[in-house]
Design a protein around this ligand. Structure first.
Ligand SMILES: [Zn+2]
Length: 125
C-alpha cells in the first residue's frame, strides 16, 4: 500500500499531549504521523502497522474529509472502542497474533484513545 510515515509529527505530538501518552500513531490520509516512537520501532510491530494501514484504506475508501466526518460521528455515537472503523482496524491488527508468542500478544494491544480522530496509543516499554 502507498503510504508515508512522518516521525516526530506535530499532529501526533499534540495528540500525545491530549492523551498523556508516551507513544502515538495517527493517520491522516495516506500518512502515519508518529510521536514518541521511531519509524523503525513502529515498523517492527506488524500488528500496529496493520492497524494503521487499515485506517489509510478507510481514508481512501470513503474520501479524506468524508472519512474524518464519518469517524467523528461514529466516535460521538458509540465511543472509540465500538467505533466500527476501530473494530475493523483492530481485526486487521489481530490477524498477526497467530504468529506471535503469548508475551508479544500481550504487548500488542493498542489502547483506546479519547480523541475523535483515527489516533492510537501504545506503551512499548
Ligand atoms: Zn485505530
Amino acid at each position: 500500500m502507498d503510504f508515508k510515515i512522518v516521525e516526530r509529527s506535530l499532529f501526533a505530538r499534540i495528540a500525545r499531549m491530549v492523551l498523556k501518552s508516551s507513544n502515538v500513531a495517527m493517520v491522516l490520509g495516506k500518512t502515519i504521523h508518529l510521536s514518541g516512537v521511531s519509524r523503525d520501532d513502529f515498523m517492527r510491530d506488524p500488528g500496529w502497522v496493520a492497524h494503521e494501514l487499515c485506517h489509510i484504506r478507510q481514508f481512501k475508501e470513503h474520501g479524506y474529509f468524508r472519512f474524518l466526518w464519518l469517524y467523528l460521528v461514529e466516535s460521538w455515537r458509540v465511543g472509540y472502542y465500538n467505533n466500527k472503523y476501530e473494530v475493523e482496524a483492530r481485526i486487521e491488527g489481530m490477524k498477526h497474533c497467530k504468529y506471535m508468542t503469548p508475551a508479544q500478544r500481550a504487548d500488542s494491544t493498542i489502547s483506546p484513545t479519547g480523541l475523535p480522530l483515527p489516533t492510537d496509543e501504545k506503551e512499548t516499554e
